[in-house]
Write a protein that binds this ligand. Structure first.
Ligand code: CTP
Ligand code: MG
Length: 231
């Protein structure tokens, strides 16, 4: 991994969470191994981490029983857990750097540039525990009651659609996971928030999509075939 301009001294490990089963995609096997653009989904995020000038080591949380399908010599593989934050916890057990950058294997459009910006943003904000990538919300978002009746229309200006990468002070994330509701956290920043920590948002492109349902696969293929300046 190259030393790019602006490289700092704080050591960061990338933790790619790839242990989910991909129920909503329904591919009949682990989502991270589904082919997108001619290669396994997780390998796009792995390459972005390798290209980053700030990542020293890469750990992947894999679905138990599938480690041999993630064949890569320069990464450390750990078995993930039943819930997302339990996969993060499993990765943290082998990480001792000051920062950890958590990224979903299911977000293949991430770039080394976004990764480097997120790490830099945490470095320059000493009173913040985590920096998370997020995009402005473009849809109108309404709150509905359990009968499906609109209860409120939310102010879009103050809403963000949260993505990964999410960069943490490793010890803060470790503590937040120890204290938090790991079975129900859909992102790790939530655990920091619940523990009273400060989370800062970094503007990220809406093209950094998560492959969740089959239509997302087609969108990811299309976006991956474009040049970065066309995203
Ligand atoms: N993830 C994980 N361990 C889990 C659950 C999720 O490492 N126990 C990872 C997934 O592999 C994915 C990311 O977290 O890269 C985001 O999760 P999601 O999109 O929900 O993926 P899945 O849980 O695999 O999909 P589904 O919820 O449809 O089953
Ligand atoms: Mg899931």
């Amino acid at each position: 991994m190259s030393e790019g301009p602006g490289a700092g001294t704080i050591q960061t490990t990338a933790l790619i969470v790839a242990a989910g089963s991909g129920l909503r995609l329904g591919a009949g096997g682990p989502k991270a191994l589904v082919e997108v653009g001619g290669r396994p989904l997780y390998s796009w995020a792995l390459d972005a981490c390798r290209e980053s000038s700030r990542i020293g080591r890469i750990v992947i949380a894999v679905p138990p029983g599938h480690a041999s399908e993630f064949g890569a010599g320069d990464v450390t593989l750990v078995d993930g857990g039943a819930a997302r934050s339990q996969s993060v916890e499993a990765g943290l057990a082998v990480i001792d750097t000051e920062f950890v950058l958590v990224h979903d294997a299911a977000r293949p459009l991430v770039t080394a540039e976004l990764i480097d910006h997120a790490i830099f943003a945490l470095e320059v904000e000493p009173d913040v525990d985590a920096v998370i990538a997020a995009a402005p919300v473009t849809d109108t978002i309404k709150e509905v009651d359990h009968e499906g009746v609109v209860a409120a229309t939310l102010d879009r200006e103050i809403l963000r659609s949260v993505q990964t990468p999410q960069v943490f002070r490793t010890e803060a994330l470790r503590r937040a996971i120890e204290l938090g509701d790991v079975e129900n956290a859909t992102d790790d920043a939530f655990l920091i928030e619940s523990a009273g920590g400060r989370v800062s948002v970094l503007d990220a492109p809406s093209s950094n999509i998560k492959v969740t349902v089959p239509a997302d696969l087609a969108m990811a293929e299309l976006l991956l075939s474009r040049k970065p300046d066309q995203l």
